[in-house]
Design a protein. Structure first.
Length: 319
């Protein structure tokens, strides 16, 4: 967890992912900022009133912030806090000091998706649809959520190779350097076979065996994360995992981003699936005609991905 200071808020380290507001927290934190910023004479010209959520947390679904609205609010609030930190660091220190420990905690702790019943229920429905209808459900949900018709759930290996060939020399060198460093580190981390004779004729030991198949989730959408691919695929290759399946949301082309495909090819993924979100987790956990069932799912994701991993944890291993 990062220390919440004006310097941190104003730094390039303070990114959207550092904020983790739930719909409940959004309104409460706005109230705190309105109280400590809008009423501060030194901040008269520094308005945060526009950040007031249009909906309020409550039992009435019509008045409750949706997850999307909370994310929009979160982004605007992050930007405003960073501006305040840059322009008025002394005031920002007093504002942060005046917030309760719970309000400050909201700024840096990731939200628990389980605290939002709407996320939990939506994920449950998605998992059930994929478990029942496999590829058909995967295509339908991708169309509903991402607005994309996927020509093929499995990205052809040739397409991944073309993406790798199209990389600029600088980007390719950076990816290859990262892979070398990851491989060096994870080879050093490999568990060793151990045997010990506890008494004459009695030998006990530990034999590490690689998993048969691993699913690597690489987030997509507004940004591409080749780092997620490399940090999932390379350790699995070093460990000797036989099948490594990368899943990433498709863009308008119907396939994941070019750099994700390139990273998958360079790192040695055996298959790339054009699917994201809870539906991708479901496909990896349960298996479909196109997506092999894996032993463990690793990789970061949004609230829906995290909740989906929690719900399939009894079926498949998760990170």
């Amino acid at each position: 967890m990062a220390l919440v200071t004006p310097e941190f808020l104003a730094s390039s380290e303070f990114t959207h992912s550092d904020m983790a507001l739930t719909p409940v927290d959004s309104y409460r934190l706005w109230q705190a900022l309105e109280k400590h910023v809008d009423r501060n004479e030194e901040c008269k010209d520094f308005d945060v009133s526009f950040l007031k959520p249009r909906k309020y947390f409550g039992n009435d679904p019509e008045k409750r912030l949706t997850l999307a609205e909370a994310h929009q609010y979160e982004k605007a609030l992050k930007q405003r806090l960073a501006e305040l930190a840059r322009e008025k660091p002394d005031v920002c220190r007093r504002v942060l000091a005046a917030l309760s420990s719970g309000e400050r905690r909201v700024l840096v702790e990731r939200a628990d998706a389980a605290s939002d019943p709407a996320v939990r229920d939506r994920v449950r429905v998605i998992l059930d649809r994929v478990a029942r209808a496999g590829d058909e459900a995967l295509r339908q949900i991708t169309r509903e959520i991402d607005g994309v018709d996927v020509p093929s759930l499995v990205v052809p290996a040739e397409a991944c190779a073309r993406s790798a060939a199209a990389l600029s020399s600088d980007v390719r060198r950076a990816l290859e350097r990262t892979m070398r460093n990851l491989e060096t580190a994870h080879r050093a981390f490999l568990p060793a076979r151990v045997e010990v004779e506890t008494e004459p004729g009695v030998v006990v030991g530990r034999i590490p065996e690689p998993l048969s198949a691993v699913g690597v989730y690489a987030p997509g959408g507004r940004a591409a994360y080749p780092s997620s691919v490399l940090m999932g695929v390379v350790p699995a290759k070093v460990a000797g995992v036989g099948e490594i399946v990368v899943a990433s949301p498709p863009g308008k082309s119907g396939a994941p981003s070019e750099i994700v495909l390139a990273a998958a090819h360079l790192s040695g993924a055996t298959k790339v699936i054009a699917a994201g979100g809870a539906q991708a987790v479901a496909a990896l956990a349960f298996g479909t005609a196109s997506v092999p069932r894996v032993d463990r799912i690793i990789g970061p994701g949004n609230a829906y991905v995290a909740e989906a991993k929690r719900q399939v944890a009894g079926t498949v291993g998760i990170d």
